[in-house]
Design a protein around this ligand. Structure first.
Ligand code: ASP
Length: 439
């Protein structure tokens, strides 16, 4: 008898070992996608089958279908989870404390990220030797101006349904937190509405997990399409610029964040990275922080023990205003463009870059390529030619993927730190090796 049970246990364990976890599947999909994309680019003749059927047909539909499935959840999920989060925190004092800590953390890490980017770029000098003459007259690149006063004012929704419909996150966040506080104050009198929000929130979380089951297919298609489109040719002349951005991103993600995490919480950074990897891979393949919100909240809760009361507030806020990876790209791009056009930057210009790139990070929406648009604001602030953006446009797709992964990692580190300090984190869940959560 005992022998039989032991045999069964061993068989079960072997079976478990054989079924790959979601993180592993996503990682394999990433690699396979890149290899297939490169093979398609170099070895398949251009024409109807390659371009219309495979790249812009199957890969495009499956990849973007996956992004849409996640995007579909963002507005209802952010709204409900914020209402539930602020309702659960209840008293406005704690909410205020969490809010101030989070915003300070976000601003400081962004400023740090820009300084790191400026430092790395000044060492590597990516634009030296390009010597391009600044074109006289108007630039071809669309410029944008983000006014600080307007950014603040736009946080208050004029019409919440308009903001919900257009997915305008900041006003949605403000309104949802307000509703949550009121529900907490009303207590039992509004229990039907409170129950509705928490049950709807659970439904959204379940949907997130259901959609994540097809993540490896979505990730494979997105990566394969990207590489099938660009191959390696576009990268070669830009290697120094790309290398500088990548190095600064890696330092921010694996050194700065992990030191902060360890310094503030004493949690194991390696465990953090391992458990958070599927979220990073998701952000990498989709290039959108917004669509990552549901998965990020879920992973932090189920794999790291972070209370949803904290993450449901800090993650949507971070995905909207905290873009450290984007600031890094902008910092390196400023040095690159200044060097390429032979324009020297004074120390006061550098200070202006740090300030405007921090504001640009707040104004950058968590969707693909917006960082490139807000870069024009940073360039204009120090008189650099905005047409310089054209130089880096061709290879921005791949950097967008990387910086989005860093953007959302910054939000997660901040969330973990704040949750730990507020005593709203279950260390045992964080330390557990395996979790049923997303596996
Ligand atoms: N794609 C980035 C994000 O969603 C924004 C950007 O830098 O373009 O976080």
């Amino acid at each position: 008898m005992a022998d039989n049970t032991a045999k069964k246990d061993r068989k079960n364990q072997e079976k478990k070992k054989k079924t790959l976890g979601l993180s592993t599947k996503i990682f394999i999909a990433l690699l396979l996608g890149a290899v297939c994309g490169v093979l398609i680019h170099y070895f398949m003749p251009a024409g109807y089958v390659r371009d219309t059927v495979i790249t812009n047909g199957i890969l495009y539909v499956l990849g973007n279908g996956f992004i849409r499935l996640m995007q579909m959840l963002v507005v209802p999920l952010v709204f409900c989870s914020l209402v539930c989060g602020s309702m659960a925190i209840g008293d406005t004092k704690t909410l205020g404390k969490v809010g101030i800590k989070t915003i300070l953390f976000y601003l400081c890490t962004t400023a740090l990220a820009i300084c790191l980017a400026l430092g790395v770029a000044s060492l590597i000098n990516p634009g030296v030797g390009m010597s391009i003459a600044a074109a006289e007259g108007t630039s071809e690149v669309a410029t944008t101006s983000i006014n600080f006063a307007d950014t603040m004012l736009n946080m208050i929704p004029k019409n919440i349904f308009n903001s919900l419909a257009s997915g305008d996150m900041l006003p949605v966040i403000v309104f949802a937190v307000f509703v949550g506080i009121m529900l907490a104050q009303l207590g039992n009198k509004a229990s039907t509405v409170s129950n509705f929000f928490s049950q709807f929130n659970d439904i959204m979380m379940e949907m997130t997990m259901a959609i994540m089951k097809v993540a490896p297919i979505g990730v494979f298609c997105l990566i394969a399409k990207t590489f099938a489109g660009i191959g390696f040719d576009a990268f070669v002349p830009m290697l120094k610029y790309m290398g500088s951005v990548m190095l600064a991103l890696a330092l921010q993600c694996f050194v700065v964040y992990q030191l902060l995490l360890f310094g503030f919480t004493r949690l194991n950074p390696f465990k953090f990275i391992k458990k958070f990897f599927p979220v990073m891979a998701f952000a990498f393949s989709t290039s959108t922080s917004n669509a990552t919100i549901p998965l990020s909240i879920d992973t932090l809760h189920k794999k790291m023990g972070v209370s949803k009361q904290i993450s449901s507030f800090t993650i949507p806020l971070g995905a909207t205003v905290n873009m450290d990876g984007t600031s890094i790209m902008q910092g390196v791009a400023v040095i690159f463009i200044a060097q390429a056009y032979g324009i020297a930057l004074t120390p006061s210009a550098i200070m202006t870059v740090i300030l405007t790139a921090t504001i640009a990070s707040i104004g950058t929406a968590g969707v693909p390529s917006v960082g490139l648009v807000t870069l024009s604001m940073v360039l204009s602030s120090v008189g650099l030619p905005t047409e310089g953006i054209a130089l880096i446009m061709g290879i921005d797709r791949i950097l967008d993927m990387l910086r989005t992964a860093v953007n959302i990692t910054g939000d997660a580190v901040c969330t973990t730190v704040v949750a730990k300090q507020q005593g709203m984190m279950d260390k045992d869940v964080f330390n557990a090796m395996e979790s049923k959560a997303t596996e």
